[in-house]
Design a protein around this ligand. Sequence first.
Ligand code: ADP
Ligand code: MG
Length: 589
Amino acid sequence: MMSRRPLLVFTLVLALIPNIPGMPPFWITLLDNIGLAALVAMGLVLLTGVGGLTSFGQAAFCGFGAYTTAYLTTVYQISPWLTLPIALGLAGIAAVVLGIVTVRLSGHFLPLGTIAWGISLYYAFGKIDALGRHDGISSVPPLAIGGWSLRDPAAMYYVIWAFVLLAGIATLNLLDSRVGRAIRALRGGRVAAEAFGIDSARIKLIVFVYAALLAALSGWLYAHLQRAVNPTPFGLNAGIEYLFMAVLGGSGQIWGAVAGSALVTLLKDVLQRVLPWMTGSTAQLETIVFGILLVVILQVARDGIWPLILSRLPGAPPRRIDDKAPALAARQRETRSDGPMLELAGATKAFGGLVAVNEVSFALKPGEIVALIGPNGAGKSTTFNLITGVLGLSRGSVRFAGHDISGVGQRAIAAHGIARTFQHVKLLPEMSVLENVALGAHMRGRAGVLSSILRLDRDEEVRLFAEASRQIARVGLAEHMHKPAGSLALGQQRIVEIARALCLDPTLLLLDEPAAGLRHFEKEALADLLRQLRAEGMSVLLVEHDMGFVMGLTDHIVVLDFGSKIAEGKPEEIRVHPAVLAAYLGGTA
Ligand code: ADP
Ligand code: MG
């Protein structure tokens, strides 16, 4: 992230450029084009770089913005400024419709989907009579401020770059917020996000629409800069170029979008002028050379060019934590004075012919630590996935605090107060420990997109981060709070997951092999923490292979083998249980 001062310097430089004596007007036009492209690329940085959703179709949304204003200003003589909200509104509606269909697609079907509608919209622009078919619409009026017409590219320069700066700041604000963390969590996969109450489909749609709005804004500006529109700049080629800009700039880097747009726009321009002059041929060599150069640049700067620039700028200081921030409201706890907290009855999960969990029944009382043990492949993690709604039950039921939660989705289960960690750590390695843990408190915050962009969420953010830092201190990782989560040892990353789960303020904690990879004294500390949580009334279900750890800590043990429960009881009973010794400890007993 960039601190304030470079942004200020950047703004000043931008303001001065057109005033440089002898500045060729042609350069201003180039800068206008860079700014227009940067707006689109910025949306892609959020969508693709941060959210991991690849779109080749952004140019079509530019077309929405451009054609809307071209049509309304020429046919109905509506003032250009009034067409801006209309253009954004139409593009927004189109994005919601296309987004609902597209973001559901996974893997390579998503980019293919965006290619499909990118091509269709391009042809639609060229086929509609009212939009002038392939000739498009000309005589689009210029923008005007007061009586001053912005006919001149140098005047448009200020408008375009003002929008670029505003969009950049808005996007940075959005990223640095509760919604922004949810957007970043998309990369970690659906399961980890939904476990903390993040509606990943909704978040995907939000970034999709946001990126489309920036593209439409760019198109709207383009129409009034060019004073004419036709389908060519809104086709698939342009869509691919925008993606290049975002990737070259540095995936995930907002200002990288500006750097990437500048690089691609200038490179193309230089090649278009220099190559024919060098080779004396009019063949379109520039496309080939351009492609080769892009590959070379990406070889040299794998993460794009912005990180190279960023390393020369002063970095932002680590986030300040306000220890005195008022605590987040505690969640309404599901409590039980009688009866079990969690109850599995005949829980069964079959994967095709493989019955991974077979008629498993057991119960967990409030304030109890129960261990689920068994050899590898016994069905322990699958049982966790059945309880947390990651997988649906084939048969049987799961009850939590008296409610039947069989067949309930992950988010609703999280909302009941069940938090978990994963056997295969699911953290966002590049995000700080603090921000990863704050994700756990997602459901305890309210702030949405608009309040994030307008920075109205600051009080809530301070409280969310105070809570996250408290939980990090509680698990003993305070000194690592500001480091990227991926830089910690794997054992410590598991502990970070516990802090994240605690941020949900759960009633039941499910820990899948929490002590794996920990050193002896770290295991002791973890056991102490779990005892303390139990003393506070939390119930814990854990999977663990270290029998010393399990025996000394748990109230009750359930043993699985090949998906079936073969024993349950107190640790001292399990220790000498013949079936357990045979199946589980067999080799070592
Ligand atoms: P444990 O956590 O006890 O080591 P798991 O619950 O991960 O065991 O796995 C139990 C069995 O179910 C294993 O044989 C595993 O290969 C199988 N299994 C787990 N998840 C899936 C899945 N999504 N699809 C097919 N088989 C699975
Ligand atoms: Mg497992």
